[in-house]
Design a protein around this ligand. Structure first.
Ligand code: HEM
Length: 158
């Protein structure tokens, strides 16, 4: 068996009789059902970890703007109060809660508990439902203001 590329070395094994054999490739991601509780909750944990990493940069921007003074702070607040800015902030809240709750689920696994399939489903649902409840609670104080704003927009355009 000839080797054109040194990476090929990892693909080549030897039978007990010494003859070489090309190892099979493991199947690619498409063969898995991504909508199962196990894979979906895992994918979301990585996605929310990445989203939250980007999101904290926004919070740093807000803090730096606060330290820089009135004009910088006003600019940051205007951007964040824009409907798109608010959408990003709400998304970050959801990502942060999901990632924290899923992280606690991981900590439970790390002490060797909760691996049975029914338990894995229960903790997965707890993370999903907990994320919704905690995100709504986080934004609860802003909801009356948001409704007022939406009503004002409708009135202004009618
Ligand atoms: C500012 C806060 C945080 C940021 C920016 C963050 C970011 C991330 C990112 C980017 C990943 C993905 C790494 C990868 O896929 O290779 C990750 C994984 C993880 N995070 Fe966080 N994280 C934060 C807070 C937390 C907290 C508070 C917990 C626990 C309560 C936690 C638990 C975990 C766990 C267990 C994993 C790995 C899961 C696995 O084994 O696949 N993280 N985090």
């Amino acid at each position: 068996m000839s080797m054109q590329d040194s990476r090929e070395a990892a693909m080549i094994g030897r039978r007990t009789d010494g003859t070489t054999v090309r190892r099979p490739l493991s199947p690619h991601l498409q063969v898995y059902d991504m909508m199962q509780m196990s894979s979906l909750s895992s994918i979301l944990n990585r996605a929310t970890g990445i989203a939250w990493s980007a999101g904290v940069l926004l919070l740093v921007w807000w803090l730096v703007a606060l330290a820089l003074g009135e004009p910088a702070y006003q600019a940051a607040m205007t951007a964040m109060a824009h409907p798109l800015g608010l959408l990003v902030l709400v998304g970050m809240t959801v990502a942060a809660w999901y990632h924290t709750l899923a992280g606690l689920r991981h900590l439970n696994w790390d002490i060797g508990r909760g691996f049975a399939i029914p338990s894995m489903y229960r903790s997965g649902w707890a993370v999903f439902i907990g994320t919704v409840v905690l995100s709504v609670l986080t934004w609860l104080p802003a909801i009356p203001g948001a409704i007022e704003w939406i009503v004002a927009q409708i009135n202004a355009h009618s």
